[in-house]
Design a protein around this ligand. Structure first.
Ligand code: C2E
Ligand code: CA
Ligand code: CA
Ligand code: CA
Length: 275
């Protein structure tokens, strides 16, 4: 929160500079993009570590920029966060994803059991999030992926209140990027999530460093004792997939299985898998 003033000032001066230069600002650009439907969800599959069956998909936002081409979130989410536009993005991605997965399930006779969407930190303090959720009734499980770093801005009951209200509405809670930050274990106790996702930075060195498998084993043991599911993300090789399964991760996600893809490609992907 103490960064807000500085970020606002930085955004403000950037906007002034852009206005002086006669350019469209990033904010104008993003707002126009939202209005014109230039943002769309891509979907990355997740698999059961043992049966290798499709367990669900994660929605990841992309921006089809008319001049700059397809943009990944690192190119625009930080700016969107500073400008309070990210809640609009999250809302659009949530609704659009639910619509797409509902249609795919209904029209093609296959069943994607779960959809997860990433929810920005700031939205958990925004009552609008509940309004965004209340109009939805997805015919599959819906979860929110929350960044681990959220819990260190704590000291605020509104956050836990929001989590309870989401749970009451049947929404699963997953801690994203687990192990990339600090004091993760206390986050588990405070949040009591349904599932955690082990950060790619712990998965990547898995074969080279002996310590990394011990660390993952430790996380899995703690999670299991608390009845929390464990997904490994950023699984890029079959070797990693096998190791992570043997360490007790029950779900796997990564380029070894599938990259994020647009709705059309997901449909083809599922049709092929079903045939
Ligand atoms: P994340 O939630 O941790 O998502 C995983 C990121 O790793 C994605 O990047 C994905 O494309 C990439 N990835 C997946 N498997 C692999 C792999 O095997 N190897 C490697 N090297 N990378 C892999 P992406 O799509 O660029 O998203 C970046 C981050 O942006 C996400 O990280 C998430 O925190 C955020 N984000 C994405 N969509 C949304 C959204 O709709 N709302 C919000 N608030 N944040 C979002
Ligand atoms: Ca995520
Ligand atoms: Ca992640
Ligand atoms: Ca991440």
């Amino acid at each position: 929160a103490k960064e807000d003033g500085r970020n606002q000032a930085a955004v403000f001066s950037t906007e002034i500079a852009a206005a002086i230069a006669g350019k469209r600002t990033m904010r104008d650009d993003l707002l126009a993009a939202l209005e014109h439907g230039e943002l769309e969800p891509y979907f990355q599959p997740k698999y059961d570590a043992r049966s290798l069956q499709l367990k669900g998909v994660e929605a990841l936002v992309r921006w089809n920029h008319p001049q700059r081409g397809l943009l990944t979130p690192d190119k625009f989410l930080p700016a969107a966060e500073d400008m309070n536009v990210v809640s609009v993005i999250d809302h659009q991605i949530l609704w659009r994803s639910v619509e797409i997965i509902s249609e795919l399930n209904a029209a093609h006779g296959f069943h994607i059991p779960e959809l997860s969407v990433n929810i920005s930190q700031s939205r958990l303090y925004d009552p609008e999030l509940l309004r965004s959720v209340d109009g939805l009734s997805p015919p599959f499980a819906l979860s929110f992926e929350l960044l681990e770093s959220i819990y260190f801005d704590d000291g605020d009951d509104r956050f836990y209140w929001m989590l309870d209200l989401l749970r009451e509405r049947g929404i699963g809670i997953q801690i994203d990027d687990f192990g990339s930050g600090r004091a993760s274990i206390s986050a588990l106790i405070n949040i009591n999530p349904d599932r955690l996702k082990i950060d790619r930075s712990l998965v990547r060195p898995l074969t080279e460093k002996a310590g990394s498998s011990q660390l993952i084993k430790g996380i899995v043991d703690i999670a299991r004792s608390m009845n929390i599911g464990v997904t490994a993300e950023g699984v890029e090789t079959q070797k990693h997939a096998n190791l992570l399964r043997d360490l007790g991760c029950d779900m796997l996600q990564g380029y070894a299985f599938a990259k994020p893809m647009p709705a059309d490609a997901l449909k083809e992907f599922c049709l092929k898998a079903a045939s």
